[in-house]
Design a protein around this ligand. Structure first.
Ligand code: DQA
Length: 150
């Protein structure tokens, strides 16, 4: 069974109590259990992780890249949180490791502060989903499964 990575960046461990008007009331554990249902439906093995450390996210993208190269993974759904707007390292990891990546944001980053409107990741992402709440994770997983079948 192929894996699907769902990677979460800084502060997403605080979901549920963090600014619910912007991010909703679901916790990261709620999102993980929904992603597990989606993975089961898609026949994929879910690898769901969160880190507050940029380098750890880089390492996990490399790990996914090796699995994709060996045809053992369909790629990464990535909510990089604030690193989206700052991280050349994450962008280089995605392009360097040739990982199909769907960038997801719970909130509509374009309707918020101007600095959230720029993403270092979008140019190297296979697709971008913003503003649909935690449902964006599900859509991202479906998109990766679809791309892997093409
Ligand atoms: C976020 C949007 C980012 O701007 C922010 O820094 C986050 C969460 C989102 O899911 O809407 O941490 O990625």
């Amino acid at each position: 069974m192929k894996t699907i990575y769902v990677l979460n960046g800084p502060n997403l461990n605080l979901l549920g109590m963090r600014d619910p008007a912007t991010y909703g009331t679901q916790t990261l554990a709620d999102i993980e259990s929904n992603c597990q249902k989606v993975a089961d439906r898609l026949g994929l093995e879910l690898v769901f992780r969160q880190s507050n450390h940029e380098g750890e996210l880089v390492d996990w993208i490399h790990e996914a890249g090796v699995e994709v190269a060996e045809a053992n993974s369909v790629g990464v759904v990535l909510n990089a949180g604030a690193y989206t707007h700052t991280s050349v390292a994450l962008a280089d990891a995605i392009s360097g490791a040739f990982v199909p990546t769907i960038e997801v944001h719970i909130s509509n980053v374009h309707a918020r502060e101007a600095f959230r409107g720029h993403s270092y990741l979008s140019p190297v992402a296979a697709g971008v989903i913003v503003g649909l709440g935690s449902y964006g994770y599900e859509l991202g997983m479906q998109a990766l499964a679809h791309l892997a079948e093409e």
